[in-house]
Each structure stands twice: as C-alpha cells, then as structure tokens.
Design a protein around this ligand. Sequence first.
Ligand code: UD2
Length: 325
Amino acid sequence: MKNVGRNRGCVVTGVAGFVGSHLAEKLLSLGHRVVGIDNFFSGYPENMASFKDHPAFTFYDTSIAEEGLLEWISGRHSGLSYCFHLAAIVSVPYSMDHEEETTKINYDATLKLLQSAEKLRFSRLVFAGSAAEYGNDQRLPLLETYADEKTRHLSPYGQAKFMASRAVASNPIGVALRFFNIYGPRQDPRSPYSGVISRFLDMALANKVLTIFGDGHQARDFVYVSDVVEAYIRAAGLNDTGPSVPNGVYNVGTGKSTTILELAETIKDLTGNALPLNFCRERPGDIRFSLASVDAFSGAAHWVPRISLRAGLRETLHWVRRDSV
Ligand code: UD2
C-alpha cells in the first residue's frame, strides 16, 4: 500500500468546466492544494461555487496557450507536482470551422505544458483524451492500439486529441485517458453542443418531446463523472491503494453499450415524460457505435466504474431539477 499523504500541489486546467470542477472538488476534499486555470471559453464561474473560497484553492483566469504558463505558476506556488490537463476546445462542430485554433489549443498548448511539466520535474501530467481519437473505427470494443497514424479522424478535434495523447503517453510522466461519453451534474444542457444525456433530461423535465437523430439504434458507452474523477486520481497515483499506473494511453468508459433509444426510454421513465419520441434525420458526421475496452486501465489502476447508468441518470436529474427551480 502506498501512502500518498495530503497537501500535494496540483494544477487543474479547465477547472471551471464540467469535469474539471468535479476533479478540483475531489482533490481539495482529499487534502491537496489546487491551482486552477480557466479562461471561461466553455467553463462557467458557477461550476466553481462550492470550492472557489477554499483556502487551498487558487484560481487564474488565463489561457493555457500563454507562453511559460506552468513556469509562471510554479514560481508563485511551491511544490506543484501534478498537472491535470483538461482545458481544450471541447466542441467537435466548433473544431470543424476552427481547425487552426483547435490545433493550437488542443495540441500545441498540450505539448508546451508537457515539456514545462517535465522540465519543472512534475511527477505526473494526466491528459484528457477522447474516444474521437478512434475516428469511425467499428472494431468493438475499441482497444487503445486501434488509434494510430492510419486512423481517419472525423474532425480536427479528434486529430488534435490523438496527436496530443500520443505525445503525452510516450513521456515518462504522461498518462493520457481516452474518455468515452461522460455525463453527470454540471454538464451544460442548453448549449447546441451538449451531450445527449443533459439535453434529454432538460427536455424531458420541460415536458418537451425528445428528438432522436436517426433510428436511435446508434449506441454509446456512457461513463459517470465521479468514475471519471476516480480515474484521474488513480492515473496520477494520488490514491492510497492500488498500483502506480505506467505512462501510456488508457480508455476510460464502462465497457457497456447503450442505444440512444434505450437511453430515451429510461429518461422518459425516470422523469415521467409520456410524450412520443420524435425521430429526425441522422446527424451528419455521427458515428454509429462507440464502446470502450477498459481492460488496460482496470489492470493498470485497479479502477472499475461503479455507477450504473440508471443511478448516474438519477443523480444528474437531481441536479438538472435543482438548476431549473
Ligand atoms: C461524443 C463527445 C464528443 C466526441 C465524440 C467522439 C460528448 C458530449 N461528446 O460525441 O466530444 O468526443 O463523442 O466520438 O460526450 N443525439 C440524439 N438526440 C439529441 C442529441 C444527440 O439522438 O438531442 C444522438 C446523437 O446523434 C449521437 C448520440 O446521441 O448519435 C450521442 O450524441 P452526443 O452529442 O451526446 O455525443 P457523441 O457521441 O456524438
């Protein structure tokens, strides 16, 4: 058994985002210090409400593309040794229209952070990769090795995430986590780029018809945000039990497939929405099936997803309800 102790110095980029805010909250609750970075491109100050005044938390409103950012932060805060790099352009459609900017933020800035972290002798940099790195590969479940230089990425977002993951994974301090469809409280339900779960919950509660793009038989691997946070903690080695994770790239999903039709029916059931579903044209560029093999990370980190889809939906529903009163 390791003894990680408390009071470790952590940097979280994208701290005002959906996942970054949950991660910062958890790190603080474990007794660590957190320096958070965000420029509110897609994050919200409200997401930090529960910890913004925590004595072990410091926030900087700045872009990760700033030259020498990690050096500057490390000059002001001693003992920083873990970098959780979540800040990114997160919208796939936005990346289609802004290829250069996506490469600059999602790839170039990641490389710079990685080089700085290594130079500053950080113990670990954990990077937020994405299932988009697999393009439309339909060899399911997806193994980490399937994404390679031959993969045809469907968006600049997928391409940049793939290149960044590869660079991170090959560095001795780097772990790239390839996340499948993350959901949970604080995932913005109102943006046109919102994930299907937050959208469906929001619409169902407003007693609106749920819209399915295509026939609804497309399927995804939905993973709840607290399981994702635990994956970050283990990837960094900040957990007291379990092995140290070797540098590399690891899928983080549940290994369970849910069709959009099943999801819609479960949400209707949970919310009491009895309206018939509305089927419309398939979304251009949508992939059909996405499913993770999680054996590599389960083996390396002794991590298992704990929250079932129904339980996660209940928690998220609770949050959407609270938000709408
Ligand atoms: C996810 C990620 C995206 C990228 C991509 C890689 C999220 C929110 N997005 O996109 O960032 O990593 O995976 O493959 O995790 N749908 C409906 N009705 C709606 C909304 C969506 O039928 O009102 C369908 C949609 O057509 C798709 C499925 O639900 O087939 C999931 O859509 P999504 O936008 O939640 O996530 P995805 O997998 O396209």
